[in-house]
Design a protein around this ligand. Structure first.
Ligand SMILES: [Zn+2]
Length: 423
């Protein structure tokens, strides 16, 4: 059975989809089905997508012409019916590049069209510099990634950059990243110019959104229709995925839970307002409450800092335990607000909760019991994210693959593919 939202379209709804859009949609449905369930025969594709056999045959021919799928021939005879040749997505057709720019590091990940990892790299970097300096520092990583991509694949399908803060994905602009100190940075255009690619190939989105997308694609969340992920790190934000798609709001600013005011008399937030959740439960607030000496220490690596906070809590140090509990209370209030507003099936707690789980979770749970309005916590399943620090990077590549598969324009062949040198 095809999953919800993957059926092909036979008849246009008047005024909703024109012929080109229907064709593009059907190409994308067939390609996605092959990616997720391939290899398949043409007959199996027809059953799964609801298209006619003739329709499937035409679409398959088109996809083979574009070099996106390959005909494997008759792999093994089926138990019933005539032997049929099998089709699969040609992973080497397109590469997807993801890049993360963060406070203390930059990282990249490259996969092929079916998600096989081709390249991964990470380097320490000060993300709080001005955008041109940061881009100059990231340039080497991006060049290495593009080289790995073009060596393994015939074209680069997408380059997706993620960073903490508020991003307008449609405009490709970083609207406000308090963590990096960036405002109104046209990052998509800058990256496209830096790498000499078309802006349409580049996408920019927030870490909160892309980590939520990665979370929603984990096997344990298969079949979950509505998932919210709360990112708790240098900044706080939430991503909401419904039926496999990110809900970004009208201008991309949905999920800014970190800057919801929780106490009008609270401390100044990095955004310039007072009393935001971020000022009570961001990483700096956590360190201030649980291990203030670490704010003065030479290492500003959050992984090391959290490791030390965890060690102190495990030893039963009173300051660490009290600080973690206090911050957990604020996190629980934020999480309860998300459940009250979004009513998700699943709420995932990301970021530092994983490292501090035994000590922070009781305080979060207590607030959820107190503050979720609907009975039985709105039936929401709350869990701790298993994703490591590269979760958003995985989401960046997944979003890139989604974009490539959705952007198969039947007439122009404009799936954003940049021909690799020598191809
Ligand atoms: Zn704020």
């Amino acid at each position: 059975m095809a999953r919800r939202g993957t059926r092909a379209t036979r008849e246009p709804s008047p005024g909703v989809m024109d012929q080109a859009a229907i064709r593009r949609h059907n190409l994308s449905v067939v390609l996605r089905h092959l990616r997720d369930h391939g290899p398949c025969s043409r007959a199996q594709l027809a059953v799964a997508t609801g298209l006619t056999k003739t329709g499937v045959a035409k679409i398959v021919d088109d996809l083979i012409d574009r070099g996106l799928i390959q005909d494997l021939g008759i792999v093994s005879a089926p138990r019933v019916g005539r032997p049929a040749s099998m089709l699969e997505v040609d992973g080497a057709a397109l590469a997807c590049v993801g890049a993360e720019v963060n406070l203390y590091h930059a990282a990249t990940l490259v996969t092929d069209l079916v998600g096989r990892e081709l390249f991964r790299a990470r380097r320490a970097m000060d993300g709080r510099q001005a955008p041109p300096q940061v881009l100059a520092a990231v340039r080497g990583l991006l060049d290495q990634s593009l080289q790995a991509a073009t060596e393994a694949c015939r074209a680069i399908g997408s380059i997706t950059v993620t960073l903490p803060g508020l991003v307008n994905p449609a405009a490709g602009v970083v609207v406000n990243s308090p963590s990096l100190g960036w405002r109104d940075v046209p990052l998509r255009a800058e990256i496209a110019r830096l790498l000499g690619v078309g802006p349409a190939q580049v996408a920019v989105d927030s870490i909160a959104n892309l980590a939520a997308l990665a979370e929603s694609r984990l096997p344990e969340h298969q079949g979950v229709r509505s998932l919210v992920r709360l990112e708790l790190g240098a900044g706080i934000g939430a991503g909401h995925v419904v039926d496999g798609r990110l809900q970004r709001g009208a201008g991309g600013s949905a999920g800014a839970i970190g800057h919801v005011m929780v106490d009008p008399r609270g401390p100044m937030c990095r955004c310039g307002r007072t009393g935001c959740l971020d000022a009570f439960a961001g990483l700096t607030a956590l360190l201030r409450a649980a291990a203030p000496d670490l704010l003065e220490s030479r290492s500003d690596d959050p992984v090391e800092q959290l490791g030390e906070v965890g060690r102190r809590a495990a030893r039963g140090e009173r300051r660490a335990l009290a600080g973690i509990g206090e911050v957990g209370t604020w996190v629980g209030r934020g999480a309860a607000t998300l459940i009250n507003l979004q009513d998700p099936e699943v709420l995932v707690l990301g970021g530092y909760v994983k490292s501090l789980q035994p000590w922070i979770l009781p305080a979060i749970e207590r607030e959820l019991e107190l503050r979720v309005f609907a009975p039985d916590r709105a039936g929401c399943q709350v869990s701790v994210s298993p994703l490591g620090p590269d979760g958003a990077l995985a989401g960046a590549v997944q979003l890139g693959r989604d974009r490539v598969l959705e952007d198969l324009t039947a007439d122009s062949g404009g799936w954003g593919g940049q021909r690799a040198a020598g191809d």
